[in-house]
Design a protein around this ligand. Structure first.
Ligand SMILES: NC(=O)c1ccc[n+]([C@@H]2O[C@H](COP(=O)([O-])OP(=O)(O)OC[C@H]3O[C@@H](n4cnc5c(N)ncnc54)[C@H](OP(=O)(O)O)[C@@H]3O)[C@@H](O)[C@H]2O)c1
Length: 350
């Protein structure tokens, strides 16, 4: 049962009539999604609210409960709570009574510390029985920048005495929002790719897998298991441009650029230095073919349907990628503003 303080926080954010009807006061399970206002967190909360019954209370942990994103979560029917790893007292409060927890390490250089701090707080609370972690494809290599960030988190979790599930996500299709403007304006897709292929996955699929696992409705036992979440195909740079051309009807040409050119491009977009380094590291791994053949069936095994293709992702967001936006096509979210396939307004990428 959630605390008085959590109730108060939620209500001050405008608890609606429908929210109080759908959220039980004495649930068997309290599921907490940390990073609920992020790219992955939002579809997880949506999936949980769709899949779970009155036995579940869905708590959405955010660092700014007054943000527009937090309000959207309240509108969905989630109980929004303050949860900031830099303020330990908020962790204890958000975790009170929680039995299942999703940790989404933020896109920050310090994400290893942030995630391990949250794991330690979950251990202290004593009620958490299962922690699902968003990780990266290839974490086990411990060689790339991202693998070095995530594998220590995985290890910390594996030795913590709580059942765990690692969701190692491939490169997000949603990263292509970053290139949408260039594609529309210039008809080119400049990437530091050679022959490597990317088994891209949609953030929506990642979120739905996490949501289903947390809802306890998967066919197989997900405890102490690693899932590798990829899309249904592995694409080269020219394949990616071809799909965008086919779906939008505008000619888009893949342009293989040097790492230095890509670095300058990211700098112009004010991408942080560490993230530029990490991205170039990732592209080196892709060019070396290290993840090219890693299309897995894990998304389909959990969700019981094929993962979203890149073509479908572009189609759902066609107005962002098309030089002559179609007035008849409705993006997945039903609006023409820059919205991710998860339904959240886009702020950052990568
Ligand atoms: N891009 C890719 O291709 C890719 C592929 C595989 C894995 N990943 C990894 O997947 C992870 C999640 O990605 P994402 O795009 O969902 O990230 P995201 O949108 O940045 O979400 C992270 C969430 O954590 C919250 N947060 C930030 N600092 C926090 C703190 N100190 N304590 C508690 N919560 C905090 C953020 O809140 P605010 O929204 O309020 O800032 C945000 O909601 C990242 O670590 C990323 O590296 C990315």
């Amino acid at each position: 049962m959630f605390s008085q303080q959590s109730q108060t926080q939620t209500q001050t954010q405008g608890q609606s009539q429908s929210q109080s009807q759908t959220q039980p006061m004495t649930p068997k399970h309290v599921v907490l999604v940390q990073g609920a206002s992020g790219q992955i967190g939002f579809p997880v909360v949506a999936q949980l609210l769709r899949q779970t019954n009155r036995d579940y209370l869905v708590r959405a942990g955010v660092i700014d409960p007054n943000s527009e994103k937090a309000r959207k979560l309240v509108d969905l029917g989630a109980h929004v709570v303050l949860m900031d790893s830099n303020r330990p007292e908020t962790l204890a409060e958000a975790l009170r009574g929680v039995s299942k927890l999703l940790i989404i390490p933020p896109r920050l250089e310090t994400n290893t510390h942030i995630a391990t701090t949250i794991i330690d707080a979950a251990k202290l609370v004593g009620t958490v029985k299962h922690i699902v972690l968003i990780s990266v494809l290839g974490a086990e290599s411990e060689t790339t920048f991202f693998a070095k960030q995530f594998r220590p988190i995985e290890k910390h979790l594996e030795t913590g005495g709580i059942a765990w599930t690692h969701l190692r996500c491939s490169f997000f299709m949603d990263n292509f929002w970053y290139y949408a403007d260039t594609i529309r304006r210039t008809g080119t897709l400049p990437l530091p790719l050679r022959d490597g292929r990317i088994p891209m996955v949609s953030v929506r699929d990642d979120g739905e897998v996490a949501g289903l696992i947390l809802s306890g409705r998967t066919r197989e036992n997900p405890f102490n298991r690693v899932y590798e979440l990829t899309g249904p195909e592995s694409l080269r740079g020219d394949d990616i441009a071809r799909v965008i051309s086919q779906v939008t009807g505008n000619q888009v040409r893949f342009q293989s650029i040097s790492f230095e050119e890509h670095k300058q491009l990211l700098k112009r977009e004010a991408v942080k230095k560490w993230l530029i380094r990490a991205m170039l590291d990732l592209y080196s791994m892709i060019n070396a073919g290290q993840i090219s053949d890693r299309v897995t069936g894990d998304v389909e095994r959990v969700l019981g349907r094929r993962p979203i293709t890149f073509g479908k992702f572009i189609k759902h967001n066609i107005n962002a990628f098309s030089a002559s936006p179609s007035s008849t096509t409705t993006p997945m979210t039903g609006t023409t503003s820059p919205i991710t396939s998860t339904g959240m307004p886009r702020t950052t990428i990568l």
